[in-house]
Design a protein around this ligand. Structure first.
Ligand SMILES: NC(=O)c1ccc[n+]([C@@H]2O[C@H](COP(=O)([O-])OP(=O)(O)OC[C@H]3O[C@@H](n4cnc5c(N)ncnc54)[C@H](OP(=O)(O)O)[C@@H]3O)[C@@H](O)[C@H]2O)c1
Length: 343
């Protein structure tokens, strides 16, 4: 069976990765459509060996598609996801617009694939925040083994998580500093080149940021509402790849060796954990990879049943485009959607 797919946001960081991954994974494709704003109409984007031309979201007919993979920002998703879903096309949305809706499943296939069946309520499935996706892939097998009580996480998030303009800002500021230009923050609220910024998304009343709040709420929705989590989310001058320093308290004892063995067997995980120079993963090592990598697994003796670890993944892939396509594959593999073409 072949499925017609529209990638909305096809000129963006995530959209371009979606097009790459559809080719790489030999997704059972009928038609492929690249959709963006009117600004990009007719612009060519790469699709495997070919290029395809972008079409305007406002005039595209979604009733011919089986899946619309949305990554064009929250405002576009709020307006367009229900309209597209009403044509019978299943929407898989990358923004935060639908993640907290009770009638929209929030899915990381390695963690809660069964919940995907709930997509029928609104014909929409949500993809989590990039930092949450890689975290829950690692937490799930450990939670099954020893029950997680509390997680303390500090993130080191790359600029690609804030879109293509943010990547340009890091590039321009970095080059500019070498010729003594004074950097002008635009996408970010402070200089990002040679700096770190403890602020992602908007501030909330209690002093946390919305990015931190998302990690708390999404981990509960995807994995277990009983897990307590506190996060500090930090933007770092890295182009691609999010890292996380994670401290976990469990209900039952678990050793570092046990955790390492469990993670080695877990779907979507890759353990690189040698206690020597370079025996761990950094963001540059994970660019273009599907896996979520874990390193620095060690016991934390300052709490009962504590472990610390270091998690790294390609935020444009597991954090966004790959997870979206895995959701579509899950819907297909479970026989939950018949291709329109075949109907
Ligand atoms: N980057 C990540 O790690 C990540 C992870 C998870 C989720 N997400 C989410 O994915 C979404 C996209 O992120 P990104 O990093 O790919 O952003 P990006 O690089 O800035 O790209 C934005 C895309 O949206 C399109 N777009 C913007 N306004 C539009 C409109 N009014 N109508 C149609 N298309 C429009 C743009 O098309 P034009 O080129 O025509 O303007 C472009 O294709 C965001 O909601 C983001 O929160 C990103």
């Amino acid at each position: 069976m072949a499925y017609n797919v529209a990638v909305v946001g096809a000129t963006g960081n995530v959209g371009r990765e979606m097009l790459n991954i559809l080719v790489e994974r030999e997704f059972p494709l009928g038609e492929i459509h690249a959709i963006a704003s009117r600004r990009s109409q007719g612009l060519p984007v790469s699709f495997g060996e070919k290029t395809i031309k972008c079409q305007d979201l406002a005039t595209f007919d979604f009733s011919r598609c089986d899946f619309a993979l949305l990554s064009a920002g929250g405002e576009v998703s709020k307006e367009w996801a229900p309209k597209i879903a009403a044509t019978g096309c299943v929407v898989i949305d990358n923004s935060s617009a639908w993640r907290y809706d009770m009638d929209v499943p929030l899915i990381v296939p390695e963690v809660n694939a069964d919940a995907v069946a709930g997509f029928r309520k609104k014909n929409i499935v949500a993809n989590p925040n990039c930092s949450t996706a890689q975290l829950v892939v690692a937490l799930k097998p450990l939670h099954d083994a020893a029950t997680i009580r509390r997680v303390v996480v500090a993130t080191y998030q790359s600029v690609s998580g804030a879109g293509k303009d943010a990547m340009d800002e890091l590039w321009t500021q970095t080059k500019g500093i070498f010729v003594t230009d004074s950097p002008t923050p635009n996408v970010f609220s402070k200089q990002i080149a040679f700096n770190v910024i403890p602020h992602i998304d908007t501030f909330m009343e209690d002093g946390t940021t919305r990015e931190e709040w998302k990690m708390v709420v999404e981990t509960k929705k995807i994995l277990d509402p009983k897990i307590k989590l506190t996060a500090t989310c930090v933007r770092v001058p890295v182009f691609v790849g999010h890292s996380e320093a994670v401290n976990i308290e469990f209900e039952r004892p678990i050793t570092a060796d046990e955790a390492r063995e469990i993670l080695r067997e877990a779907p979507g995980m890759m353990v690189v954990d040698k206690h020597e120079d370079g025996g761990y993963v950094t963001p540059i090592d994970c660019v273009g990879e599907y896996a979520t990598f874990v390193s620095r697994i060690r016991e934390d003796i300052t709490v009962e049943n504590g472990l610390s670890l270091w998690i790294v993944s390609d935020n444009l892939r597991k954090g966004a485009a790959l997870n979206t396509i895995q959701i579509a594959e899950t819907i297909i593999n479970r026989g939950l959607l018949k291709a329109r073409k075949a109907a």
